[in-house]
Design a protein around this ligand. Structure first.
Ligand code: PLP
Length: 384
């Protein structure tokens, strides 16, 4: 059976999520806005789900908007802010997901400043301050990067934004279900995505602080307290909530297991593959993620060789796969294009065991031997 190390791309449905989803598909399929008792029961369940999510973040239920995922949430925040403040500026970090960067460009064009990151992949508070001095009225900063796992100083950014009376949007897609939710409820806008923590794909949420009660995303019907039109997909929302509750319950033990497994894995890579680089190693990172620049061999070849050995890993972010050129995230950190093309992303599921990490390290060792070995019929070259 394949051992899956691409959890930052997506995760399988948790059993708790599946059970809640199937139950709701069978028993609570009516439109929550319809005017009879069976629909009112779905509506009541939907509001319970909203309450549960709100409690996890310590906010009021009115501030939770269910949607289709983080791409929608990110786009809607940038579009809404543009409707409100189009004469001003915004600032987004250079390593944001394309759902932020592309929409910032589309809506804000030249009025969107790009906040640089240092070689460890983090933005500095002084560059955030500079963006605010430059007129930014909204900052968009992710909690942790999907390619490198590097955490951003979003809590410090929140303090700064409050002081300077600037709004903060935090893309928490890779954080929710893995890291403490403390503090997120105080941010102006937070985007989350169900399929990153074992919920169904096509589910997500946006937290909108009470300061922005006029927020609206896609227009049409009056669902989601007028914040987001479209019939709510209650079964999927129920699945997402079940997944998040399960993830929260096991979060501390999973984090400890990831830490142990990943530490051993990285040590093995550093010992066995001379010249390997771990990007963002000096920064705080999500404990399930490794972005490793290999000493030789294109990352597509590594992915193939590891796949043949039963491991699913990635060349970078799933959204960037198939796009031309090396990772813009690594480029922003000053990584050379050739090094970026040799970079493999490993991101573990909560179920990954120490043995999985250890066996993955062995598969890297074997793949390296194959990459170094001359292909039959070809010239022997010395790989530095
Ligand atoms: N933001 C980040 C940081 C992500 O990693 C992703 C998905 O990879 C997204 C946004 C998009 O999320 P979704 O698939 O829910 O649209």
């Amino acid at each position: 059976m394949e051992r899956y190390f691409d959890a930052n791309a997506t995760t399988p449905l948790r059993p708790e999520a599946r059970a809640a989803w199937v139950e709701a598909m069978d028993a609570f399929w009516q439109n929550p806005s319809s005017p009879y008792r069976s629909a009112a029961r779905v509506h009541a369940r939907l509001e319970d789900a909203r309450e549960t999510l709100a409690e996890l973040f310590g906010i009021a239920a009115d501030n939770v908007v269910f949607n289709s995922g983080a791409t929608e949430g990110n786009r809607d925040v940038l579009a809404y802010w543009h409707r409100l403040m189009s004469g001003s500026r915004i600032a987004v970090s250079a390593v944001e997901h394309p759902a932020v960067l592309e929409n910032a460009r589309q809506f804000w064009g030249e009025r969107a400043s790009i906040i640089p990151v240092g070689e460890q992949g983090r933005v500095s508070l002084s560059s955030l301050e500079a963006a605010i001095d430059d007129g930014a009225t909204l900052i968009s900063l992710m909690t942790a990067n999907n390619e490198t796992g590097v955490k951003q100083p979003w809590r410090e950014a929140l303090t700064l934004c409050r002081k300077r009376r600037v709004a903060l949007h935090v893309d928490a897609t890779q954080w929710v279900g893995r890291e403490s939710l403390d503090g997120l409820g105080e941010v102006d806008f937070v985007t989350g995505s169900g399929h990153k923590f074992g919920g169904p794909k096509g589910t997500g949420f946006l937290l909108v602080s009470a300061l922005h009660s006029g927020f609206s995303g896609q227009r049409g019907g009056a669902q989601e307290n007028d914040h987001r039109a479209g019939t709510e997909n209650f079964p999927a929302i129920a699945g997402m909530l079940a997944a998040l509750s399960a993830a929260e319950a096991e979060r501390a033990s999973v984090a400890a297991r990831w830490h142990e497994g990943r530490t051993a894995f990285e040590q093995a890579l550093l010992n066995d593959l001379p010249g390997v680089r771990i990007w963002g190693q000096g920064a705080e990172r999500l404990a399930n993620t490794v972005s490793a620049g290999m000493p030789a061999g294109e990352n597509t070849r590594w992915v193939r060789l590891l796949d043949q050995r039963g491991f699913a890993v990635s060349t970078g972010s799933a959204c960037a796969t198939g796009k031309e050129g090396p990772s813009y995230v690594l480029a922003a950190m000053g990584v050379e294009a050739d090094d970026a093309r040799r970079t493999v992303r490993i991101s573990a599921l909560p179920t990954a065991t120490f043995e999985d990490w250890r066996d993955l390290a062995s598969a890297f060792r074997e793949s390296y031997q194959e990459i170094r070995a001359p292909r039959s019929g070809s010239q022997v070259i010395d790989i530095p």
